[in-house]
Every structure is written in structure tokens, then in C-alpha cells.
Design a protein around this ligand. Structure first.
Ligand SMILES: *Cc1c(COP(=O)(O)O)cnc(C)c1O
Length: 363
């Protein structure tokens, strides 16, 4: 066996570590913003039957264009969108990689607003796209004037706005997105991974005014289909055509397409808990404020809170009690996803237990 460093790995990958949140088996899992409710027995059966049917043509490649799935997604989104406005891939992370591959690359840059999703810099690196960041305001919103000035200075070919933002949960008003789109020739990608949890309007409303606007979504969060690996975008058909050029051949397996189509037929059931989870998020925020924590107002299904002198110690103390949350976000903060009422009760109890030891020793 040779050491990784002995291999002719790309110079810019030397010393890099595979990124990802710890996957631990514990009773309360609140670290990656999943929907905590699995599909019903009936829906599971229907998914299994759909997969069995794909077995009859397993010797053949799947539909390269995923036409059935993309029309079901268009139908779900509404807004007058059709199949040629939609692109789908293995998670919205793969969709993002397609966009960076098609519109980024050597000598080009993608501009985004930090703190934000920790995977973006990796996709930029993998596609040789320069990653340019503009800090968000102290309340984690985006100041349109500062954003425009940065776009003017860096001339990115892609601008990436995450709303609600991960890890802060902050929404960006449509007026800001509209201003950015009007002021740049860049492709403006709005990552709406958590949009279904938000009470604000979707950037889908702006699509018909801005042919270079792209809205990405995922079935991993609200839709409770993280294991299925399906993400998608809505945009002008020319942008979909660009993604079709750079995708790997037959990138979406027939099982993935079949599972996602079943899920979309039962969107009502799968999305039924979204309101509850949003309410759970709000209740947890109020509880945290009551206890004297700093809480970033969230429009998503997670909460970023602090301020801990030693956040790792708090994360570990929770894990010792069987609760896994995420060590991410601004300095001194942790992020917890909304779980079932039982999950949240366990988290509150545990925080109260460790509070005197770890919380806000600074005055
Ligand atoms: C979870 C998440 C995604 C979704 O990733 P998938 O690959 O679709 O599972 C995308 N963007 C953000 C900001 C996320 O937090």
C-alpha cells in the first residue's frame, strides 16, 4: 500500500482531507438538516415496487434525459415551468458541480457570501474555479450595494446566493436578488435547499425576468428523500443545455429516477411535516432566547446558536448524551436541525444539564 502523498495527486489536492460531517449512530441525529420522518409503510412499498419494475430493463442504460422525472419536478414547482426548464442530478450538490463545470473553470471565479455552505469551496476547487467570498453583514444578511461593488470588482461568471442560508438560516429578500440579477451578466445561482421551510417567496418568481437566474432545489431536506440523492434546478432552457453538455453519461440511475417519481406523486405526504418542523424550529429559537443564548433568526429547519467559549466541548457533551448536532457556523456557534418533538425535548434537557458548565462563561 502506498501513502496518498506518494501518488501523483494534483498539487492543489495534496494534504486535503475528505470533507463531511461525522456520520455517527446515536439516538438523536440533528446534524445535517434532514427531515426526521421516514416515509410511511405504504409509500415504502410503492417505492420498492417501482424499483422492482426497473429490474426488467436493468441491462439497458437509464433515460439519459430523465424526462419523466424532470416533468414531474416542473409540475411540482409550477410557475409555468416545463421539462426543458428543469435539470436534475444526484443531489443539488451535483447540480452545482454541473453549473461550476459549465460556467466556471480556469481563469474564472464564483462569488458568494460568507458564512455559507461549506461544500461550495470544494466544488470550486474541483472545477478549478476561483472562490471569491464577500462577508455578510453582522446579522448575516447581504447588503446589495456591497454585493454589487464586489461583483464589479471581481467580475465573477457565477454569483451564488444561498437562501435561506446554511448555516445561519438567513433569508435574502427577492428585491436583493432582483438587483443582483439586473446588475450583472454573471449566472446568478440561488440555492433554495430550504425554501419549503421558509415563509418568504421563492426566487422562481423572478425567473421569467432574468434568463441568467438559476434556482436550485433538493429533495434531501423538506422532501425527506436524502437517501434518494436527487437535486434539481429551474432555469432558462439554454442553462439546462449547458448542464447536459458537462454531465456524466447516464448520471441518474433508473432506480433514482423511479424512486423520485414515486416521491413526487406523494409530495403531499412527504411534505406534510414541513410546517411542523418549521414550528419546531421557531419554538426552539424562542426557548434558546429565553435561556439567554445568542440565536440567529432562522427561516429554515435548523438553528445556529451560541455563543460558546468552547463550542467543541458543548458539542462533545451533547454527543456524550446521545445527541449529534453540528460544529459549524460563526465562531462560538453550533447548529442543530429541527427533529421530532422527542428529539427536541432531549436536546433542551441536555442543554440545561450542561449549561452551567459550558455556557457563556464570558460576561
Ligand atoms: C443540504 C444542502 C444542499 C443539498 O444537498 P443535496 O446534494 O441535494 O443533498 C444544498 N445546498 C445547501 C445549502 C444545503 O444545505
Amino acid at each position: 500500500m502506498s501513502a496518498l502523498d506518494d501518488l501523483p495527486i494534483r498539487d492543489d489536492l495534496r494534504g486535503a482531507e475528505p470533507y463531511g460531517a461525522p456520520q455517527l449512530i446515536v439516538p438523536v441525529v440533528l446534524n445535517v438538516n434532514e427531515n426526521p420522518y421516514p416515509p410511511s409503510e405504504a409509500l415504502r412499498r410503492e417505492m420498492a415496487e417501482a424499483v422492482v419494475r426497473t429490474g426488467a430493463t436493468m441491462n439497458r442504460y437509464p433515460d439519459r434525459e430523465a424526462t419523466g422525472l424532470r416533468s414531474a419536478l416542473a409540475n411540482y414547482l409550477g410557475h409555468g415551468l416545463a421539462v426543458n426548464n428543469i435539470w436534475a442530478a444526484n443531489g443539488s450538490n451535483e447540480v452545482m458541480t454541473h453549473l461550476l463545470t459549465a460556467f466556471g473553470g480556469p481563469g474564472r471565479s464564483v462569488l458568494t457570501f460568507t458564512p455559507t455552505y461549506s461544500m461550495y469551496p470544494e466544488y470550486a476547487r474541483n472545477t478549478f474555479t476561483r472562490y471569491v467570498t464577500v462577508p455578510r453583514e453582522p446579522d448575516f444578511t447581504i447588503d446589495a450595494a456591497r454585493a454589487l461593488e464586489a461583483i464589479d470588482r471581481h467580475r465573477p461568471t457565477l454569483v451564488l446566493v444561498t437562501t435561506p442560508n446554511n448555516p445561519t438560516g438567513t433569508s435574502t429578500p427577492l428585491e436583493v436578488i432582483d438587483r443582483l440579477c439586473s446588475a450583472t451578466d454573471a449566472i446568478v445561482v440561488v440555492d433554495e435547499a430550504y425554501q419549503e421551510f421558509s415563509r418568504g417567496p421563492s426566487a422562481l418568481e423572478l425567473l421569467r425576468h432574468h434568463p441568467r437566474l438559476v434556482v436550485t432545489r433538493t429533495m434531501s431536506k423538506a422532501f425527506a428523500l436524502a437517501g434518494g440523492r436527487v437535486g434539481y434546478l429551474a432555469a432558462d432552457p439554454a442553462i439546462v443545455d449547458a448542464c447536459r453538455i458537462v454531465r456524466l453519461p447516464y448520471h441518474l440511475s433508473s432506480q433514482t429516477q423511479a424512486l423520485a417519481e414515486v416521491a413526487l406523486r406523494h409530495a403531499d405526504e412527504l411534505l406534510a411535516k414541513v410546517r411542523d418542523l418549521a414550528a419546531e424550529t421557531r419554538a426552539f429559537q424562542e426557548w434558546l432566547v429565553d435561556r439567554g443564548y445568542d440565536v440567529v433568526p432562522s427561516d429554515a429547519n435548523f438553528v445556529c446558536f451560541g455563543t460558546f467559549p468552547d463550542r467543541h466541548a458543548v458539542w462533545q457533551a451533547l454527543l456524550d448524551r446521545g445527541i449529534l448536532i453540528r460544529e459549524t457556523g460563526p465562531e462560538g456557534h453550533l447548529r442543530a436541525s429541527a427533529g421530532t418533538p422527542q428529539d427536541m425535548a432531549a436536546l433542551r434537557t441536555a442543554l440545561d444539564e450542561i449549561d452551567p458548565l459550558q455556557k457563556q462563561e464570558t460576561q
